[in-house]
Design a protein around this ligand. Structure first.
Ligand code: AHR
Length: 505
């Protein structure tokens, strides 16, 4: 393949990459909570009943905002079922996934887990079967000083100080017909506005995410978002985007080109936010919160059949899925100016990078791009000029063979590169217009024998990141050759800012 030339200038910045873009999502679904993060019967359980092997692996992903308790689950969840003495909490028939919910894990357990993991809790209130007032009461429970009913309920469980939950979602996927309490846009907008007002009255410092369209294929795409934003107005700090992608037809080149469609979705949603802001002549605009995203198409087991912790949507991830996950992250970095929060759906067992089996733990292929980005997530996203061979995806349109994004962190430049070719290596040359390169500090590469290759308990390390030594830094440029179907993350140390002008004079 012909060489791809990538050129950048360190002054051409898109914006700071909000750490919350590297968030996760923990739903009471399948074995995500029970047998996932929480399993008092496991040999790995800590004093709180959390699985230390799962948490140790998750800590490598440096996750930030953690969305909880759903998902579809949230639209039938009454938060008061999950607080107070655990032995007195009700065992209930759960409405979204037809499972049994023991409520052994609830608000206090989740907050403790967040503190342990340094996650920012992000609560989704029930605007399906719940009321705006119930949503407001949860804010009081979490965030108000003791002295009134719900704050006292928290204090009675031992948490005398407020939890300070800063981020709240106004329901989940309310435009989806499958959603408990689904209503048309104008009705959701009224419900969301009522809840938002009362929630901010309880704690004016919180930030709110209004439900945007949950699937770009829905006929209400954009219209729903406009209606919601116009009605909820300045009470909405963010609007949500969801996207699950897959390769059901086995068209790998087009599947890998899906990044173009993700770029488009972000840009279209940003356009709605700007449109509403302009029409309202408001100083405030809503930013974007991609609060569910992942690959999900192979496993559609969604009926819990009245069980506790049933096996639901335990997707097995392969190499091409991992490259698509890297594609989402490229797109998020490229849109750092408008995308402020994103949550990988989900974190363990349910469409997740980690799978438990008894006391064993399997790290899936998608774990690696997440970890490679996470280690390099701090800094400002840079604009890149990419000049190289391109191809036409059958549905997603024309894309570069080499997908790229970059983050500048002081004198460190992090470069992320995906080679989408199934058969050819991609030579890449990076030129930095205003700075000299001192050295390549670290580089890893993720690749594998074929697109469908996946890790399993029998072969757990088939797909994993390895050191990438074939990176040359010479004549002020960085050169490398990406194997077919690979993702690389490079950390380049730049020479002091005056080194280039010194060399040139
Ligand atoms: O993540 C699984 C489910 O997908 C979530 O509960 C729902 O919001 C989405 O449809």
């Amino acid at each position: 393949m012909q060489r791809t030339r990538i050129t950048l200038h360190t002054d051409f910045r898109i914006g700071r990459v909000d750490p919350r873009v590297f968030g996760g999502f923990l739903e009471h679904m399948g074995r995500a909570v029970y047998e996932g993060v929480y399993d008092p019967n496991s040999a790995h359980a800590d004093a709180d009943g959390c699985r230390t092997d799962v948490l140790d692996a998750l800590s490598r992903l440096r996750m930030t905002a953690m969305r909880y308790p759903g998902g579809n689950f949230a639209s039938g969840y009454h938060w008061q079922d999950g607080v107070g003495p655990p032995e007195r909490r009700p065992r209930v028939r759960e409405l979204a996934w037809q499972s049994i919910e023991t409520n052994r894990f609830g608000t206090e357990e989740f907050i403790r887990l967040c503190r342990k993991m340094d996650w920012t809790p992000m609560m989704t209130v029930n605007l399906g079967t719940g009321s705006p007032e119930e949503a407001r009461d949860w804010v009081e429970y979490c965030n108000c000083p003791a002295g009134t009913r719900y704050a006292d309920l928290r204090a009675a469980s031992g948490a005398t100080e407020p939890h300070g939950v800063a981020l709240w979602c106004l329901g989940n996927e309310m435009d989806g017909k499958w959603q408990l309490g689904h209503v048309p846009a104008d009705q959701y907008a009224i419900r969301a506005q009522q809840a938002a007002k009362m929630m901010k009255d309880a704690d004016s410092s919180i930030e709110l995410v209004a439900c945007g369209t949950c699937a770009v294929q829905l006929p209400t795409y954009m219209e729903w978002d406009r209606t919601v934003l116009e009605h909820v107005g300045d009470l909405a700090d963010y609007i949500s985007l969801h996207r699950y992608v897959g390769n059901p037809g086995g068209d790998t080149p087009d599947y890998l080109a899906v990044t173009a469609a993700i770029d488009r979705q972000i840009e279209e949603m940003d356009a709605v936010c700007r449109y509403v802001q302009a029409r309202k002549r408001s100083k405030k605009r809503a930013y974007l919160c991609f609060d569910e995203w992942n690959v999900w198409y192979k496993n559609r087991d969604m009926d819990g059949e009245g069980k506790v912790a049933p096996h639901l949507i335990e997707e097995v991830y392969n190499l091409e899925d991992a490259l698509v996950v890297a594609g989402f992250l490229h797109s998020f970095v490229r849109h750092a100016d408008v995308l402020k929060i994103a949550n990988l759906a989900q974190i363990v067992n349910v469409i997740a990078p980690l799978i438990t089996r008894g006391d064993e733990l399997l790290v899936q292929s998608i774990f690696y791009p997440l970890a490679m980005f996470a280690q390099r997530r701090d800094g400002e996203a840079l604009r890149l000029a990419v000049d190289g061979p391109r191809y036409e995806g059958s549905g997603n349109g024309e894309v570069d063979y080499v997908d790229a994004s970059a983050i500048l962190d002081g004198d460190r430049l992090h470069l992320f590169l995906t080679n989408r070719s199934l058969t050819e290596s991609a030579p890449v040359a990076l030129g930095i217009a205003d700075r000299a390169v001192a050295a390549c500090e670290a580089a890893e590469i993720l690749t594998g024998p074929e697109p469908k290759a996946a890790n399993s308990f029998a072969e757990p390390e088939l797909i994993r990141a390895r050191a990438f030594s074939a990176v040359a830094t010479e004549d002020g440029a960085v050169r490398c050759e990406l194997p077919p179907l690979s993702f690389a993350a490079l950390t380049i140390r730049l020479a002091p800012a005056d080194a280039l002008s010194g060399a040139r004079s």
